[in-house]
Design a protein around this ligand. Structure first.
Ligand code: HAM
Length: 426
């Protein structure tokens, strides 16, 4: 017998543990700051959960499932097919429904870290067992929620100090405008049918949007001249997307609208996004992907509930940390904590946060917390040197308050000069 690990799996040796700990640490801190609570759901789930949710015709469900076989237990009368989860979202949604989270105070923000399984052709960055960190937010339809989820994802990479990444966003419309988008894509791709791969020729009739996700060279070539299908979405979806764009600009998040961006899972509606290395031109090994899925809970027969989420692949992130030779410091402290009071101040806080990070100042904020007391408590817990406080009055006056967390003293400074002032102090 040859001793070997299963194809597409890997051992994480002691020398690599520090990278994993660093990533877990950044994830836990970011989750606390952004108001996400941890949830663990089983690795084994029923197949039909994913057939209904992820979509039975997606690659993930139709080709990449690991089925769990049960040996020698004739008494087991549970005949439903069990699988190893290929992603975490449907499991969290199942748990949301099973535990009546519909009745909890909204929004509900959950995160989970754990292994997933996809029967893929193993190659660099593509494994059969891999770890995801997954974030989900339920109950908020507002475009600001999309922007917050996206900017949190973007900030995660800044906290990890990963460079040369690109954030792409797009909208794929809602239930109402999808037929229109499908017609538009069908009419475009039928002219190119001859060069499409066999799978995409079939997709042309059933789910043409999926053609845009095909990694085959000819199918990508066929998609090259496609006019933006963002123009095909209904007025409400266009307005939603425009607001997401405006919020992201306010927050100084660097992003690009990619007209051909789609996602390989069926549940998405409206905003979708991906983060990858700039060098990864065809998004072969995306670091993070996500989007809105406002119809998924309804698909399982429950009351319609808007939701949005994303997941990052930990092996891929660790590999980039190593390639970019990023120095790992688990005990890294927060230099500045940005505290806000009020909706406008919250938007300003997002901008301030980005400015500080661009200036190389380690900064954090807790945009989900609404009282100053709870925010300053967290600033203390993170051992921040200074807090920037911004409320309605400061918005009107064009100022911010700089508070020394050690001494408890405060100073009001102009918004234009706060970075210089902080740099002098730090
Ligand atoms: P996904 O794009 O299928 O989305 O996967 C998310 C991330 O998992 C990818 O960006 C990648 O980093 C990692 N990943 C996926 N497959 C592999 C693989 N075979 N080997 C290594 N890493 C991999 C989802 O799974 C959605 N559930 C994300 C989401 C959450 N959408 C809404 N909420």
């Amino acid at each position: 017998m040859k001793l070997q690990n299963v194809r597409g799996t890997q051992d994480i040796l002691p020398e690599d543990q520090k990278y994993w700990d660093f990533v877990f640490n950044v994830i836990d801190k970011s989750s606390e700051i952004n108001g996400f609570e941890k949830i663990n759901t089983p690795i084994i789930e029923y197949l039909d959960l994913f057939e209904k949710g992820t979509g039975e015709n997606t690659e993930v469900v139709s080709k990449q499932m690991f089925e769990v076989s049960r040996f020698g237990n004739e008494k087991d009368d549970d005949k439903r097919i069990q699988i190893l989860r290929p992603e975490i979202t449907p499991g969290i949604v199942r748990s949301y429904i099973n535990h009546n989270m519909q009745d909890w105070l909204k929004p509900i923000q959950l995160y989970s870290v754990g292994p997933c399984f996809r029967y893929e052709k193993p190659q660099a960055g593509r494994y059969r067992q891999f770890w995801q960190c997954d974030f989900e937010s339920f109950g908020n339809e507002d475009p600001a929620t999309d922007a917050r989820m996206i900017s949190m994802a973007w900030s995660l990479f800044k906290d990890l100090r990963i460079r040369n990444i690109e954030l792409e966003i797009n909208t794929i419309g809602c239930k109402k405008c999808r037929p229109q988008i499908n017609d538009f894509l069908k009419s475009y791709f039928s002219k190119k049918k001859a060069i499409l791969c066999k799978d995409c020729q079939a997709r042309l009739a059933t789910n043409p949007i999926r053609i845009l996700d095909c990694k085959k060279v000819n199918c990508q070539k066929a998609a090259k001249g496609l006019p933006p299908f963002t123009k095909q979405v209904c007025d409400k979806c266009q307005d939603h997307f425009q607001q997401v764009i405006d919020y992201l600009k306010d927050a100084k998040v660097n992003f690009k609208v990619s007209n051909n961006l789609v996602r390989g899972l069926d549940y998405y509606t409206r905003t979708i996004f991906e983060i990858s290395l700039k060098s990864d031109k065809n998004r072969q090994t995306t670091l993070l992907g996500g989007g809105r899925y406002d119809n998924l809970i309804e698909t399982y027969g429950e009351k319609p509930t808007p939701a949005i989420g994303c997941a990052l692949g930990i092996e891929r992130v660790v590999s980039v940390l190593k390639k970019q030779k990023i120095k790992i410091d688990i005990s890294e402290k927060t230099q500045v904590f940005v505290a806000q009071l009020g909706e406008e101040a919250k938007r300003k806080a997002m901008t301030i946060l980005e400015i500080l990070k661009t200036e190389g100042i380690s900064a954090r904020a807790a945009l989900s917390k609404n009282t100053l007391k709870s925010q300053l408590k967290l600033a203390n817990k993170l051992k921040s040197d200074y807090a920037i406080i911004i409320g309605q009055r400061e918005i009107l006056d064009g100022t911010v308050i700089i508070r020394s967390m050690k001494e408890g003293t405060q100073e009001v400074v102009e918004q234009e000069t706060f970075v210089n002032k902080l740099q002098e102090k730090l």
